[in-house]
Write a new protein. Structure first.
Ligand code: ZN
Length: 139
């Protein structure tokens, strides 16, 4: 386990029309955030997420179309291969209130993204490739 203190908290909207993961990583890079907790609620126009196949070591992509509630997106920011990397899991609701979700992938268009980023300072939070799982895990 790593040890951190809360440095500061950003609260606001990520840019509408952008991609959720891309905009979060862009903000993290701009602000030099190398460790953070992230929480987002809002509204999206189409979303792409994945389910990890731990035998094939790849994400099976899932797609929802249309206007979707972002019921909850939670995750973190850390460093992967020297870059600011966001890892989010998302739950989405359609007009019937039915939920789907998984590991957030690119191509999730923001309509509204109310975002809280709790920036941490302390240890380095760096990912490295783990050949056993095929995932980039915190070292
Ligand atoms: Zn994940």
């Amino acid at each position: 386990m790593h040890n951190f203190q809360v440095k500061n908290v950003f609260v606001g909207l990520l840019p509408a029309g952008g991609d959720l993961l891309t905009e979060l990583e862009r903000f993290a890079a701009k602000e030099g955030i190398s460790a953070a907790d992230v929480q987002i609620i809002g509204f999206a126009d189409g979303a792409t997420f994945g389910y990890y196949d731990d035998q094939k070591h790849e994400y099976i992509q899932k797609r929802m179309e249309g206007k979707l509630e972002i019921i909850s997106a939670v995750g973190n920011v850390s460093i992967k291969e020297g870059k600011h990397f966001a890892h989010l899991h998302i739950v989405l609701g359609d007009e019937k209130g039915e939920l789907r979700g998984g590991h957030l992938l690119a191509e999730t268009k923001i309509l509204v993204a109310e975002t809280r980023i709790t920036v941490l300072e302390g240890d380095e939070l760096v990912r490295q490739y783990d050949p056993q799982t095929g995932l980039w895990l915190w070292r």
